[in-house]
Design a protein around this ligand. Sequence first.
Ligand code: NDP
Ligand code: N5H
Length: 257
Amino acid sequence: MNFSLEGKTYVVMGVANRRSIAWGIAQALHDAGARLIFTYANERFEKPVRDLAETLDRDDSLFYECDVTDDDAINTTFENIKNDVGVIHGLAHCIAFANRDELKGEFIDTSRDGFLLAHNISAFSLAAVSRAAKDVMTEGGSIVTLTYLGGERVVENYNVMGVAKASLDATMKYGANDLGKYGIRVNAISAGPIRTLSAKGVGDFNSILQEIADRAPLRKPVTQEEVGDVAYFLMSDLSRGMTGEILHVDSGYSILG
Ligand code: NDP
Ligand code: N5H
């Protein structure tokens, strides 16, 4: 069995800064020998992503702007990727968004627009991106998305994002069923809480991390590196018999009642 990802190319969507889970995944894939393609939501994020990628000891990374609310942008991005590299072997979808003011208070107060926005960016995007990526995964491939426990059970304040993650989880499973015949696997990592830009401004994030330190079986929050290593496993042939699965990388927290 070959654990190396040398000669393989992976698209990583959702690096905002060095704290991003997507960056933890990019580093793990890079360390395994992979070539990386980065996408960012708009040109504002191009420089930070390029600056980060420059810290990797290879210079063949590629960069594309891709706002996942725009079908034309998705199609153009993957057409450009096909023209530029020919074939990709996997994709990490590390994208979510909900209006900040709907990530507190009661779920029931979510607006129609806020509900649709969260589902558009955080769940439908996986279907749209998988369909476009399929045409560039001509040797089979592995798609990995990031989900959270709040899609399986009610977690205070996660609100509309929890409902969107439930949709993402189902999107992942239906996608896995459709794409399996092309040798493309689709799985999700359910990460424990990690302090990232998205988590910024979450009022009691310290107490959420403390709860993990106090109660999770491993008694510590997870890191971007730990999530990155499981993404590497899912991208590699070691996981070739798995699709449609949710792997919890959460210090064991989800087994607690
Ligand atoms: P980051 O803030 O680092 O990443 C979120 C990313 O979403 C950003 O890079 C942002 O891109 C991208 N994004 C938002 N809207 C769009 C859009 N319209 N088009 C393209 N990209 C978009 O946070 P995380 O690393 O924490 O989040 C990554 C994933 O991990 C999310 O799905 C999140 O729900 C999930 N997750 C996070 C956990 C945590 O505790 N942090 C726990 C479990 C799951 P840009 O910067 O270019 O705007
Ligand atoms: C129970 C919790 C804490 C409360 C809920 C947090 C939910 C966070 C997820 C979304 C993705 C955060 C979000 O959309 C923030 C935006 O409104 C504002 N931020 C931005 O626009 C920044 C600049 C950009 C980069 O962010 C995005 N997303 O584009 C959950 C936590 C314990 C775990 C957690 C933080 C989960 C998660 O899904 O991220």
